[in-house]
Every structure is written in C-alpha cells, then in structure tokens.
Design a protein around this ligand. Structure first.
Ligand code: E4P
Length: 217
C-alpha cells in the first residue's frame, strides 16, 4: 500500500519524505487554509519536494470552472493530481481532465455507487472518506471493502485512496483490505511506530544496560 501524507505543511512532508515514507501528498482547501500559504506557491513547493502524485483541489463548483482551475493546477508540475469533488460536475471535469492526460483524484466519496461512477469517468484515484463515515456511525472500512470488490470484479484501474484516516489501526485495516493508497496526517503515520510492549521492552533493556554498564561507543 502506498502512503500519501495528508497535509500542506512543508516541514512535516520533508521529515517523512526523507525517511522514504511518502509516495505522494494530498491537500484540500481546509489544509491549504491551515497552512496559511498561497495555494499555487505551496503546491509548487510540495511538487518539487516529492516525486509522487500531489493532489491539489479545485474550488469551483461548476464543471467549466473546475476544468479551467484543473488546467491551471496541472501546469504547476507533472506530478499534480487535480482533486475534484464527487458531484455530477466533478465527474464531468474528471472525464475532461483525464482525457487530457491529467491525473484526477475524485474526493468526498461516501458510497460504492459514487466510486463506480468515478471509475467510469476515468479517475486516477477515488478518495473514500473513512473517518467522516465513522463519525456518523457508518463503518468507513466497509466502504473500502465494497469498492475493492467492485473494482476487482470489473478490472477498473482507478486506485482506491483511503482518506479521512484518523488512527494507526485505519492504516493496517486499509492495507489488509487492499486499498491501493492511504493518505494520513503525519501524526497518524508516526503513531504507527508506537507499541506499549516496545516501550516496556526498551525500558527493561535500558535498566540492564545501566546495571551492567554496557557501552558500545
Ligand atoms: C484527503 O484527501 C482528504 O481531504 C482528507 O483525508 C480529509 O480528512 P478529514 O476528514 O480528517 O478532514
């Protein structure tokens, strides 16, 4: 499973990228607003830093506006994936931009039917939002499973990009189901390294290191 990092904070992307943990980046208008940066400038900086796809979201609601914005975003760098919402207009924009050779990430997906439409429109990525479904007591992981089944049944090449990830468990669950990509905030990716028994084991080793005066350097 590929790891995308879900942030527009350059320092955090760089830290994870230096460790080889970043296969791509996703941003959205809320993350851009949080960064306090100009969307075109910060997106260009991210594209220069990371080799993989960098999702940048349109702000128009109509297809024509989304296509025009998508074309402008696509000019930033070769690794831009234009992000469009899963509306009828978004699907129209997806088809046009995809036909022009631009990667498209269809976002705000909350149902298998929406994912089916995105695949038909040629989306490069479909972004089902796990956490926001969990928030309303619908199991977001069930949606990932359903989309995996449907895409595999028909050989759709659209990649399942599990989004709205809130915990380290979401990451391993998505990997078990077979999501192609998961995008997570840096803190969630780092939290994947944590285990209480690792901490306990290390504390025991440290006590023995001190008792025995073990030194290597
Ligand atoms: C990524 O593409 C999504 O925009 C993001 O994962 C949404 O996450 P949230 O539901 O935590 O805002």
């Amino acid at each position: 499973m590929k790891f995308f990092v879900d942030t527009a904070e350059i320092d955090q992307i760089k830290e994870l990228n230096d460790l080889g943990m970043v296969d791509g980046v996703t941003t959205n208008p809320s993350l851009i607003a949080k960064s306090g940066r100009d969307i075109l400038e910060v997106t260009k900086e991210i594209c220069d830093l990371v080799d993989g796809p960098v999702s940048a979201e349109v702000v128009a609601l109509d297809a024509e506006g989304m296509i025009a914005e998508g074309r402008k975003l696509a000019k930033i760098a070769d690794n831009i994936a234009v992000k469009v919402p899963l509306t009828w207009a978004g699907l129209q924009a997806c088809k046009t931009l995809t036909d022009e050779g631009t990667m498209v990430n269809v976002t705000l997906c909350f149902s298998a039917n929406q994912a089916l439409l995105a695949a038909k429109a040629g989306a490069t990525f479909i972004s089902p939002f796990i956490g926001r479904l969990d928030d309303i007591n619908i199991d977001g992981l069930d949606l990932i499973e359903d989309i995996r089944t449907i895409y595999d049944n028909y050989g759709f090449e659209t990649q399942i990009l599990a989004a709205s990830i809130r915990s380290a468990n979401h990451m391993s669950d998505c990997a078990k189901i077979g999501a192609d990509v998961a995008t997570a905030p840096p803190a969630v990716i780092k939290a994947m390294a944590n285990h209480v028994l690792t901490d306990k084991g290390l504390a025991g080793f440290m006590a023995d290191i001190e008792k025995a005066g073990i030194k290597i350097l």
